[in-house]
Write a protein that binds this ligand. Structure first.
Ligand code: NDP
Length: 443
């Protein structure tokens, strides 16, 4: 058995029932095989064993009272995965599907993603099985205050800096920040994705979606291609999806389809983003309302968005949303590039099918790193007590995404896997963290 296989079988044996975590670790470790073979120091220092075990996993109860006066209890999580290169950093997810395995998979991925940004941030993730959908503002506030009443003990501007993710946007970050300030008396950059009136960064809201398109543009331009004139399909209609659609449109692409968890829209003239923003960001409604704005568009609850023919597909909703049969349809319909805005949205067999078919495939840990990179820029601005302009932040974001593309491209080539960006991103992200862990000794 190789070192990688030993560690992998241990992970599966010691973390039963955590399917998403197994999937993420398997994908990363398998692509690291040539790297650990070439660098025996990694095995000698137990780097893989230490990387697959979170430094700390905090599980807590989140009690709150709903609008009917009924006491509710949710599960709260914060997994501090690895802080070799900087404070733990990663979002909080509020969704009924959240469990420890999902938070661990996200935290594990975050370590490599954060390393790829070139900024000094370690990896972590957290969240709860609380569902903000259909809750009143007061209920969301009660939940967030209770969540922070436990979480504040473990976070801080130099130790662990959470942010948003699915179900956590400006409203939730505001309530969480308010409670942190109230309990600790500290006015510090303990969270990112904050409102602009209390330390938030311009362009943070746009960053993940914009960053995804910047990286895809660089990857396409290396082949003499671009977004201009391309048909684009984007799953999701949340933070990442909306701003990916906005930037793809600015770059000359035509976004023809988007979805939410109930259905999908097809608008052959190009999706009206103002309508989507109003439905999702203002009304917090369902995408079926889109037909009220554009009666000529289609709305479907059957079938899948990946049946829509396109040149570029950007899965931006959630994990494992794009399966092998979807990939086969996309390939048959002539897709040339796929970029993961969400975390692990493509199943491993689907990702493999894209690569086999010569479709450019950008994995999430590289392609969606713009959000956390801009969060790190928000931390810098908070430390400096300064606010940069939108253009300044956007320019830095673009530079970071271009650099991530070249890092993964070069790492893939160095290990004889040209154009395999899954391996390239894993290797480039891993090397910096692993070398730092070797330098720090066994701690
Ligand atoms: P949001 O909550 O803003 O949006 C999520 C979107 O995906 C919504 O449209 C939601 O539909 C849809 N969705 C969620 N679950 C499902 C499902 N099971 N099937 C179909 N659609 C679904 O989240 P974000 O946009 O912030 O995050 C999306 C993805 O991007 C996640 O994987 C997240 O981890 C990742 N990511 C986010 C970053 C950020 O900065 N926000 C940074 C890096 C990665 P509905 O409205 O019906 O709930």
């Amino acid at each position: 058995m190789s070192y990688v296989n030993d560690v992998l079988s241990d992970v599966i044996r010691r973390n039963p029932g955590e399917a998403e975590f197994h999937q993420a670790v398997t994908e990363v470790l398998q692509s690291l095989e040539p790297v650990v073979e070439k660098n025996p120091l990694y095995q000698k220092n137990g780097i893989l064993e230490r990387m697959v075990e979170p430094n700390r996993a905090i599980l807590f109860q989140v009690p709150w009272v709903d609008d009917q006066g009924v006491v509710r209890v949710n599960k709260g999580y914060r997994v501090q995965f690895n802080n070799a290169i900087g404070p733990y950093k990663g979002g909080l997810r509020l969704h009924p599907s959240v469990n420890l395995g999902i938070i661990k998979f996200l935290g594990f991925e975050q370590v490599f993603k954060n390393s790829l940004t070139g900024l000094p941030i370690g990896g972590g993730k957290g969240g709860s099985d609380f569902d903000p959908k259909g809750k009143s503002d007061r209920e969301v506030m009660a939940f967030c205050q209770s969540f922070m009443t436990e979480l504040y003990k473990y976070v801080g501007k130099d130790t662990d800096v959470p942010a948003g993710d699915i179900g956590v946007g400006a409203r939730e970050i505001g309530y969480l920040y308010g409670q942190y300030k109230r309990i600790t008396g500290l006015y510090e950059g303990v969270l990112t994705g904050k409102g602009l009136t209390y330390g938030g960064s311009l362009a943070r809201k746009e960053a993940t979606g914009y960053g995804l398109v910047y990286l895809m543009e660089e990857m396409l331009s290396a082949r003499g291609k671009s977004f201009a004139g391309k048909r684009v399909v984007i799953s999701g209609s949340g933070n990442v999806a909306i701003y990916a659609a906005e930037k793809a449109t600015q770059q000359g692409g035509l976004v023809v389809a988007m979805c939410d968890s109930t259905g999908w829209i097809y608008d052959e003239k190009g999706v009206d983003l103002d309508a989507v923003k109003e439905i999702k960001e203002v009304k917090r409604g369902r995408l079926r309302l889109y037909k009220d704005y554009r009666p000529q568009a289609e709305y479907h609850e059957d079938g899948v968005i990946w049946d829509v023919p396109c040149d570029i597909a950007l899965p931006c909703a959630t994990q494992n949303e794009l399966h092998l049969d979807h990939a086969q349809t996309l390939i048959k319909n002539g897709v040339i590039a796929v970029g993961e805005g969400a975390n692990m949205p493509t199943t491993p067999d689907a990702a493999h099918a894209f690569q086999q078919a010569g479709v450019l495939f950008a994995p999430g840990k590289a392609a969606n790193a713009g959000g956390v990179a801009t969060s790190a820029l928000e931390m810098s601005q908070n430390s400096l007590r300064l606010s940069w302009t939108f253009q300044e932040v956007d320019q830095r974001l673009k530079g970071i995404m271009v650099n991530i593309y070249h890092q993964m491209d070069q790492a893939a080539q160095k290990y004889g896997m040209k154009d395999n960006y899954i391996a390239g991103a894993n290797i480039a992200g891993f090397t910096k963290v692993a070398d730092t862990m070797v330098a720090h000794g066994v701690v």
